[in-house]
Design a protein around this ligand. Structure first.
Ligand code: C2O
Ligand code: CU
Ligand code: CU
Length: 662
């Protein structure tokens, strides 16, 4: 009996193999040629926020105010606590949401240059991820709409424009995005004013209190940028009045380049309860914490053993990417050597409440190495720095939608990746590697071939446990991570989160393609029908997603559908629809007589299959598209297996065939 393997072979022939996601007619195409800035009518937000990025003046130091770039916002609808500022009066915003909520952010760019908003760590559909391809021009607006489907945790948002992320974040643009869920509530962690965020950023000020940043020289950027002063929550000397009880500290390194090694001056250990992707399963005890740019670490701390008037200091040692602790080689910064206090907790209150330290915190589905499709051959990402370039697999970021063959993965699959920071040529530095749209598990960290005291010290504080979206890859190391690509398909990013490295191009697109075979359960006459569907198109003899032809064009289109053995074959009434999008409008196409207009809302053609005779790939449509129009065409295939022509029952290909007619 023909089986899935046979189907897969067939699908390989159609290299433009498509699979499907549910969407209704009239919704914007996933790869629409222009960025839509408008709110979507059928998206009903729980929280609606207005957010503006603008230039502002903030008093950070005695004397003149500092010119910053900041996010300002307010809640337009929904819980008013959804938007606030850190410590009530800082320039750093916090968005709070519950898992499952729908968020709409009306974003306005009041900056003098283009920007985007990236929701770091959160699962996003491609268009909402803030990829630089969706640049928002000065004065323009963009409506972000997304469903929060991450676990409770400390996430954040920041600009992600082409080659300007470092500049914009340094000048003040970043905010927290805190997600809560019922599981977190069960852990009974300290709440309210006992739930404290500590955002670490370093900055250098000139004598007029203005921020000093790097120039455009590539060589300078290789070193990254570390400021002379460490700010906590935007403050130069952060002191917090505390009660002698338990606190949850959400520590987040929002610096461009610096890593920090943290410890308590009084020698207490840290009880680590969460990393980037939310609560750990079990709390961990650590003497020091090493935190790289974009990483989050949450600790539970009990101040009940201290008496009123005591001041506890959180100490930090700064590490620049080259792990050169005294950065004479670095422009703009000469760092204090050794650990110095970055935050002070002044004990007050008379009643001491002793709390039980949390142990078991959460449970999440295990992600197992045995699930990986490439267990034997991890996907290698070689990090290297040479001749002013910071590269991934020898490449820098190219065209906005450029994806190399080794940068394509399949949705719903589990893969092992290996970040290899052992290039035999060029400079070795520490690189915090980040992948969009996933939370991964760190599987292993090879023993470094590079030995230095700084390296050993920093490594001793690294927390690899839990779910992560950033992993520190130290000089000479190979670090393996394991992840499942879900739930969205499209173009995402892999990059070093040293923002100067990212801006130099140490960033590559990652294309999450639709799963080749995917089970859809569709109700048919009361009984569930399961079908595995793949669509394939080959155009003009080409087998790739992008095809170019000259006008007048005649393109032969072959659309096919592959049923899962034994299922679709019993079903009557498969409807297949082709849709063609051109310059944001639907184009009339001359097809052969096999397809007829489907409805009036768009130019669509369908073919109804009443019975399938065998389980092999079935050709549904062979026809031609004739056009004298120039431009880019997006061709989608949709299907429904319940025989319904009801638009909402149609499932469309996530990726169109892109046809360029010149
Ligand atoms: Cu925090 Cu691609 O970024
Ligand atoms: Cu990100
Ligand atoms: Cu880097």
């Amino acid at each position: 009996m023909p089986d899935r393997r046979q189907f897969l072979r067939g699908a390989t022939v159609c290299a433009a193999a498509l699979s499907f996601q549910k969407r209704s007619l009239g919704q914007n195409m996933p790869h629409a040629p222009t960025v839509s800035a408008a709110a979507t009518a059928d998206f009903k937000p729980d929280i609606e926020i207005a957010l503006t990025a603008r230039v502002a003046s903030v008093n950070l130091r005695a004397g003149s105010a500092t010119t910053l770039w900041r996010y300002d916002g307010s809640v337009l609808a929904g819980d008013t606590a959804a938007f606030s500022y850190l410590d009530n009066n800082s320039h750093i915003p916090i968005i709070r949401a519950s898992r499952g909520q729908k968020i709409r952010v009306h974003f306005t760019n009041a900056l003098p240059e283009s920007t985007t908003v990236h929701w770091h760590g959160l699962h996003m559909v491609q268009k909402m991820d803030g990829h630089p391809m969706y640049a928002i021009a000065p004065g323009a607006t963009f409506v972000y709409e997304f469903v929060v489907d991450n676990r409770a945790g400390t996430y954040w948002f920041h600009p992600h424009p082409h080659e300007r992320t470092g500049y914009q974040v340094y000048h003040g643009l970043s905010g927290l995005f805190l997600v809560n869920d019922p599981e977190e509530a069960l852990a009974q962690l300290p709440q309210g004013d006992k739930d404290v965020a500590l955002i670490i950023q370093d900055r250098t000020f000139d004598s007029g209190n203005q921020l000093v940043y790097l120039g455009a020289r590539r060589q300078e950027r290789m070193q990254g940028f570390s400021g002379q002063q460490v700010l906590i929550n935007g403050q130069l000397s952060y002191t917090r009045d505390t009660q002698p009880t338990a606190y949850r500290l959400r520590i987040f390194n929002a610096s461009n380049s610096s890593s920090y090694l943290l410890k308590w001056a009084h020698g207490q250990t840290f009880r680590v309860i969460a990393t980037d992707g939310g609560l750990l399963e079990e709390a961990l005890e650590r003497q020091t914490l090493s935190i790289a740019p974009a990483e989050r670490l949450e600790v539970w701390v009990d101040f009940s053993g201290f008496t009123a008037g005591q001041e506890l200091q959180l100490l930090a040692e700064t590490y620049t990417p080259a792990l050169d602790n005294i950065t004479s080689s670095q422009s703009g910064a000469s760092l204090v050597q050794g650990a110095r206090p970055i935050a002070r907790f002044r004990l007050g209150g008379s009643t001491t409440s002793i709390s039980t330290p949390p142990t078991r915190l959460s449970a999440y589905p295990p992600l197992l190495l045995s699930e990986a499709i490439n267990q034997q051959s991890p996907r290698r990402v070689q990090l290297s720095m040479m001749q002013g370039n910071a590269m991934l697999n020898g490449r820098i970021f190219g065209a906005m939608d450029e994806v190399a063959d080794d940068e394509k993965v399949r949705a719903q699959t589990v893969e092992v990746w290996e970040f290899a920071n052992d290039s035999p040529v060029g400079m070795l530095m520490a690189h915090p590697m980040h992948i969009h749209n996933v939370q991964f598990r760190v599987l292993s960290r090879s023993v470094s071939s590079v030995q230095s005291a700084q390296l050993q010290t920093l490594r001793s504080g690294i927390i690899d446990e839990g779910l992560k979206d950033v992993v520190q890859v130290l000089p000479g190391e190979r670090v393996q991570v394991l992840m499942r690509f879900e739930p969205h398909t499209g173009i995402y990013l892999t990059h070093c989160h040293i923002l100067e490295h990212e801006d130099l191009g140490m960033m590559r697109n990652l294309l999450v393609q639709v799963a080749l075979q995917r089970l859809h359960t569709v109700k048919s006459g009361g009984a569930a029908t399961t079908a595995v569907i793949a669509g394939g198109i080959s155009a003009d003899g080409g087998l790739t997603l992008t095809t170019e032809v000259a006008t007048p064009a005649r393109v032969d289109i072959h659309a096919s559908i592959s049923p899962e053995a034994g299922h679709l074959g019993r079903t009557a009434g498969v409807v297949v629809v082709l849709q063609l999008l051109h310059s944001n409008s639907w184009l009339t196409l001359a097809a052969n007589g096999e397809l007829r207009p489907f409805n009036n809302s768009a130019i669509e053609f369908y073919k109804e299959i009443t019975a399938l005779q065998n389980y092999n790939e079935i050709s549904l449509y062979s026809g031609s598209l004739a056009t004298t129009e120039k431009g880019v065409f997006h061709l989608y295939i949709g299907y429904a297996v319940d025989g319904s022509r009801n638009a909402s029952a149609l499932i469309y290909s996530a990726e169109p065939l892109i046809l360029t007619v010149r």
